[in-house]
Design a protein around this ligand. Sequence first.
Ligand SMILES: Nc1ncnc2c1ncn2[C@@H]1O[C@H](COP(=O)(O)OP(=O)(O)O)[C@@H](O)[C@H]1O
Ligand SMILES: CC(C)(COP(=O)(O)O)[C@@H](O)C(=O)NCCC(=O)O
Length: 314
Amino acid sequence: MNVNQSTKDYAYQAFSRDQWATLRAAVPLPLSEAELQQLRGINENISLEEVETIYLPLSRLLNLYVNAKQRRGDVLEQFLGRKPSHSPYIISVAGSVAVGKSTSARILQALLQRWPEHPKVELVTTDGFLMPLAELKQKNLLSRKGFPESYDIRMLLDFVRNVRCGEDAEAPIYSHLEYDRIKETQPIRQPDILILEGLNVLQSAIDYPQFSERPFVSDYVDFSIYVDAEESLLKQWYVNRFQSFRKGSFQDPRSYFNHYAKLTETEAEKTADKIWEQINGTNLRNNIEPTRERARLILTKGKDHLIQQIRLRG
Ligand SMILES: Nc1ncnc2c1ncn2[C@@H]1O[C@H](COP(=O)(O)OP(=O)(O)O)[C@@H](O)[C@H]1O
Ligand SMILES: CC(C)(COP(=O)(O)O)[C@@H](O)C(=O)NCCC(=O)O
């Protein structure tokens, strides 16, 4: 194989919205009214057109991949004379703070669990693996929250390995309200698919110099997705979310950001702007965006969160 040939093999195939939408053609399952309600509950701003154009074809592609892996696994177990394993198919969803990872991941979860071959789909966010707030403060890492050094990476790796091996596991849960990990955990009991969402899921041991152990998260992942957008949009979405939290959950006395509820709209905008510049934007440029081309699929959003381009590689 010559160099050009191999470069071509690794390149992405790009699809416009319209080209991608035609790939939905064979999805046999129409959305029921109850499912539509569930999708609206995930995010009232997401349009049904976006779900049909982007997420239904994606769920079809993922269904084909999951089926192929299940069949391969069954052949091996049959050959070895063992019972079928409970190893789930693992999908990762990466991207900047506020790009819409958790919204996209929840839509995918809702769509993937409709397929009879893999009804049990769990969604875990890596926010739960951030060090507890007290530890971040003690290590002077509060302004590095979301950076590689702010995660309990060993805990994350143990978790992913255990789930991958078909063992029962508990995922720690992060609360945006408390700005901290909470006591409750999320039980993971042999799902058919695990969606692992977080800004760090495409990072590798190179990004964690204190940590040379292998395998790393991506070694356990079957299919990886990066949700992308220009930084000016990301910052705007972050500021908008901050403003809506200010009017909503920040009012709760338990909220870590309760004091921000008293800010005027302009003061709040300045505060969110500053947090973006000092923490989330810097993290994006230094640690998140450089991992983008490690993903199998890149979804590029434009204005209003609409996905404009889909890039896929084999
Ligand atoms: N597809 C979408 N359509 C409209 N708004 C969206 C969409 N995805 C996310 N949002 C909004 O963008 C903001 C960030 O989304 P979120 O899912 O919380 O991002 P992340 O998990 O990447 O931080 C939220 O205010 C959310 O309501
Ligand atoms: C918990 C996070 C690292 C990850 O957030 P997410 O992508 O889930 O929105 C982030 O929301 C965060 O807390 N960043 C630190 C600066 C800030 O308060 O936004």
